[in-house]
Design a protein around this ligand. Structure first.
Ligand code: ADP
Ligand code: MG
Length: 650
């Protein structure tokens, strides 16, 4: 009652009562018997406890300690960073740098929560140029370990040593270490047994640390890094001038030879992309070598992961991950780095444009890799010598099927054969002009153009024979090449169909009897949304009634006995593949899934001309080195490798 009177008095007194206070008053009236406790239940946490809580997010495991300390060293412009660990970092992590160091006041301040030298105002937060900015790492780490910091500025006569245990400063004194900073973190989580239980085996923790340091080393080739594990040197990386050298030092020459430099997308883009990526067909079973840096920071981001997959698309086997050392540079204001306490994730202001830039860059880069790869197919013998080196008997005849025809009916035998002219296959390859005509018939481009672009006029490889009715053996400048004829044919067919789909659509054939079938509502909706793409793929499907469809044509190259079962399978397969992809990708997916049936069966015997044409056509593909499912089409065994195997070279 008193409250009511008070409210009335307040209203009458002419105070402006805003909505919130009105609600508060009403609340107080309804709960007039509510008693306020003598002491508030809400309390400010003691500083150390607050740091331990923050540490829960920042310091997950010893590798996070390494990450934070190394990032601090990089921000301090160190030229050399040495990390030593014991027992997987559980017993000790020590990071020593030769960076700018700190004076005593700063060293003490650095251990306070939210103390940072890297940002000052809210505006700075929108354009963070350093790896750190939250001012949380050092106090968090110090609150869950036995911590020792020694630091000295280059010009200072003495440095400072601070010892902290579980967040309590125990000692502050002068120290005589070299300029730079050294942080020792011992017995991580010694004061939080529950957290300690979550640590994995020493080996696993060591591997995590090693991976973390790899990331930093790849991100900063101009800094020397060393990792010492239980007194053994794991790696010592000198400072180098470029990324390629750093990758070579870390992963060896074999990997470097299979990487291609990224082709910059058009200059107008707001994202700059540089780095190196694995050629088509180079992949790993884990994401360990799928590295992406955004403004110098190694990050994980679902948009980018999806973009990499889409960029690689048919160049990646199922369940495999690409190898990428990709660096995205964009306006700091276009990325929010403050979304994850360990700064592992970022949020893009315009994710779609970043995604598109990455997809396009990967595609272009993979296709540029083709030119490099084609150069390996230089003719190993004198130019002018065009006779096949093997007798015809190595190539079992295929009767009257003289050509590997992909979509068209096979050309007349005379159009691809030279020599005897009696329908028998010649032991000589066809004259260049005929060969070009045969190739161009499939590609739909002029023979002259191909000759100009790719110098097919001079044979770039020499076929030796066929192994096990499947592998074409060839000689090139580097040594021996083995081609999987089935995979090669799949790739050629795939690209041919894709070209058709983009241009006029895949040729389709009417079914003798159109068939109708019903689909579950969600499948029906999917078909309706994608019907234009399905039409382009040569599938004639249209709505026939509520959730009922009529199918009346299918791509010519398909041999399908039951169109309805086939359609259901296609829909199932594509639905899962299509979330978020463009219609073009969807079409590619569909082609990749169906192409296999039509490709030369593994042990279909081919004639010389067919093999030669197959290889020529493969060399014309955008991505010749792997089939549409990402399996390699060919393997090169270099002369050096052979010499090693035969003990000629050690
Ligand atoms: P942040 O890196 O987010 O600023 P930290 O808690 O990691 O927060 O570090 C706090 C501050 O301590 C940094 O801003 C920096 O000024 C200083 N600092 C930390 N490590 C080093 C180092 N290795 N060399 C020089 N200064 C350092
Ligand atoms: Mg930091």
């Amino acid at each position: 009652m008193r409250n009511k009177r008070a409210l009335k008095a307040r209203l009458n007194s002419g105070f402006a009562v805003d909505a919130i206070s009105f609600v508060w008053f009403s609340f107080a009236i309804i709960n007039s018997n509510f008693k306020i406790e003598p002491m508030s239940r809400i309390r400010l946490l003691p500083e150390i406890l607050a740091s331990q809580v923050a540490a829960g997010e920042v310091v997950e495991r010893p590798a996070s300690v390494v990450k934070e300390l190394v990032e601090n060293s990089i921000d301090a412009e160190a030229r050399r960073i040495e990390v030593s660990i014991r027992r997987g970092g559980i017993s000790l992590v020590r990071v020593v740098d030769d960076g700018c160091g700190m004076d005593r006041d700063d060293a003490l301040l650095s251990l306070e929560r939210h103390a940072t030298s890297k940002i000052r105002t809210a505006a700075d937060l929108t354009a963070v140029a350093t790896l750190g900015f939250r001012g949380e790492a050092l106090p968090s780490i110090a609150s869950v370990s036995r911590f020792r910091l020694t630091t000295r500025e280059p010009a200072a006569i003495v440095g400072t040593e601070i010892i902290v245990a579980g967040g309590r400063i125990e000692t502050v004194r002068d120290s005589g270490e070299a300029p730079g900073t050294q942080v020792e973190v011992r017995s991580i989580f010694y004061n939080l047994p529950a957290r300690r239980k979550f640590l994995r085996s020493e080996n696993t923790e060591s591997r995590n640390i090693e991976h973390q340091l790899h990331l930093q080393a790849i991100g900063h080739p101009n800094i020397a890094f060393a990792l010492v594990r239980d007194d053994r040197i794991v790696f010592q990386l000198p400072a180098v001038s470029n990324l390629l050298e750093r990758i070579r030092d870390l992963h060896g020459n074999d990997l470097v030879e299979r990487l291609i430099p990224v082709q910059e997308p058009s200059a107008s883009r707001r994202v700059r992309i540089r780095g190196l990526i694995g050629q088509a067909g180079v992949s790993r079973q884990s994401r360990d070598q799928q590295l992406v840096f955004v403004n110098g920071r190694a990050i994980e981001n679902p948009v980018l992961t999806a973009a990499l997959r889409e960029g690689y698309h048919t160049a990646l086997m199922k369940g495999q991950y690409p190898v990428t050392f990709l660096f995205l540079d964009l306006d700091p204001a276009a990325v929010d780095v403050n979304v994850h306490p360990a700064k592992r994730e970022v949020r893009f202001r315009d994710p779609a444009s970043v995604r598109e830039a990455v997809v396009e860059t990967i595609r272009q880069t993979l296709e540029s890799g083709r030119r490099q790869w084609q150069q390996q197919f230089q003719k190993p013998i004198d130019s002018g010598d065009i006779s096949p080196p093997v007798p015809e008997s190595s190539f079992p005849s295929r009767g009257n099927r003289p050509d590997v025809s992909y979509l068209e009916p096979p050309p007349e035998p005379s159009s691809v054969q030279t020599g005897t002219g009696n329908g028998e296959q010649s032991i000589y390859p066809p004259a260049d002009a005929d060969r070009l005509a045969a190739t161009s018939a499939v590609r739909g481009v002029s023979a002259e153009q191909i000759a100009r672009d790719n110098k097919i006029g001079s044979q770039q490889f020499q076929i030796i024979g066929i192994l096990n009715k499947l592998y074409v053996l060839m000689e090139n400048q580097d040594g021996l090449v083995l081609v999987d004829q089935h995979a090669a044919h799949e790739r050629i067919l795939f690209e041919e169909l894709r070209r058709r789909m983009e241009a006029q659509g895949v040729p389709s054939q009417r079914l003798l009897l159109a068939q109708t079938f019903e689909l579950a509502p969600r499948d029906a909706e999917w078909v309706e949304q994608n019907s234009a793409t399905l039409q382009k793929m040569g599938i004639g499907i249209e709505l026939f009634g509520q959730n009922t469809f009529k199918i009346d044509s299918l791509p010519t190259f398909l041999e399908v006995s039951d169109p309805v079962t086939f359609m259901r399978k296609v829909i199932d397969g594509l639905k899962t593949a299509s979330n978020g992809s463009s219609p073009l990708r969807l079409g590619e997916e569909m082609i990749a899934k169906t192409v296999c049936r039509h490709a030369v069966k593994a042990n279909d015997p081919l004639g010389y001309l067919e093999v030669e044409k197959l290889i020529n056509d493969l060399l014309q593909c955008d991505l010749p080195y792997c089939c549409p499912h990402g399996r390699p089409t060919m393997i090169q065994i270099s002369l050096t490798e052979l010499e090693k195997k035969f003990g000629r070279k050690v």
